[in-house]
Design a protein around this ligand. Structure first.
Ligand code: DOR
Length: 311
């Protein structure tokens, strides 16, 4: 029997599989169905300070190799998700991650101050990488802004904070972002959010497949996996060891999870494939990963975590 037990900053998870923020996790009902599934934990839809309707529809399209979305952060607002995580915590769940995505640094600080003052003691994931809010660039691509924001946050925040980052593409970006993050007591880095501002078109109708932003949207699924693996690996090689990693991007099988762990992921999150398959995916992928581990003679995740070989 193999163990898929995982841990982040002293919080233990029965297995390493979570939903990615945003996927089927906007309502209490969605969140509870993940919580009571075979998933190891659940992440809330990224909250903004106020409730938002998000962008105009159609705003998501499933594709043969993944998905494109420009949801625009539709969510029930910070208070709704704060109430949910506090209730789950009271019921004994410590595996619920609260995701927040302010529309400005001031909004991030406001929500993090409220979390700091609350009784919530679980993991918080700060989304610095939403590509889909019109007029709002992805904070994660503005290195000076990230540095300034982290400086402000850690003046008062002493709970466990993870950062959800956009994909990076040049090794100097990995170097620079890791050097910034290493200055602060960040609990984990989660790579990657969707690959921002792709364009998928239907050549028959000569039309973009989603409506917002003239069709531009974040790519997930198979399109994203190699970029995700590179980001998990690239950050694992550069971050100080006490900063843990969550791998997100292109997971639809146990083998995909295995690859993310080889790159250094402590936990993984499933976006596009969970969106199309629903909660049964957690049981399926956990069975597949166990079979791979048995076949390879590994008994726990630590046996191969971060142990990718290169030529
Ligand atoms: O791809 C994404 N879509 N990433 C985010 O961070 C937010 C989400 C949305 O609501 O647009």
């Amino acid at each position: 029997k193999v163990s898929m037990q995982a841990e982040i900053a002293g919080i233990s998870f029965d297995n390493l599989l979570l939903n990615a923020a945003g996927i089927r996790c906007s309502t209490v009902q969605d969140l509870n169905s993940i919580l009571t599934s075979e998933a190891g934990g659940v992440v809330t839809k990224s909250a903004t300070v106020e409730e938002r309707a998000g962008n105009e529809s159609p705003r998501m399209r499933a594709l043969p190799l993944g998905s494109i979305n420009s949801m625009g952060l539709p969510n029930h607002g910070f208070d709704y998700y704060m109430a949910y995580v506090l209730k789950a915590q009271s019921a004994g769940y410590n595996n619920v991650i609260l995701s927040v995505a302010g529309l400005s640094p001031a909004d991030d600080l406001l929500m993090l101050r409220e979390i700091q003052q609350s009784g919530f003691d679980g993991l918080v994931e700060l989304n610095l990488s939403c590509p889909n809010v019109k007029g709002k660039p992805q904070v994660g691509y503005d290195f000076a802004a990230v540095e300034q924001l982290l400086g402000e946050i850690f003046k008062f925040f002493d709970k466990r904070l993870g950062l959800k980052l956009p994909p990076y593409f040049d090794l100097t970006q990995f170097d620079e972002m890791a050097a910034i993050i290493n200055q602060y007591p960040v609990t984990y880095v989660n790579s990657i959010n969707s690959i921002g501002n792709g364009l998928v078109i239907d050549p028959v109708t000569e039309t973009a497949v989603i409506k917002p932003k003239g069709g531009f949207g974040g790519l997930g699924g198979e399109y994203a996996k190699p970029t995700a693996l590179a980001n998990v690996r690239g950050f694992r090689q550069r971050l100080k060891p006490e900063i843990q990693m969550i791998g997100t991007g292109g997971i639809k099988s146990g083998m995909d999870v295995f690859e993310h762990v080889l790159c250094g992921a402590d936990l993984v999150q499933i976006g596009t494939a969970f969106g199309s398959e629903g909660t049964p995916i957690f049981d399926r992928i956990s069975q597949e990963l166990q079979d791979i581990m048995i076949e390879k003679g590994y008994r726990r995740l630590a046996d191969f975590r971060g142990k990718l070989k290169t030529l």
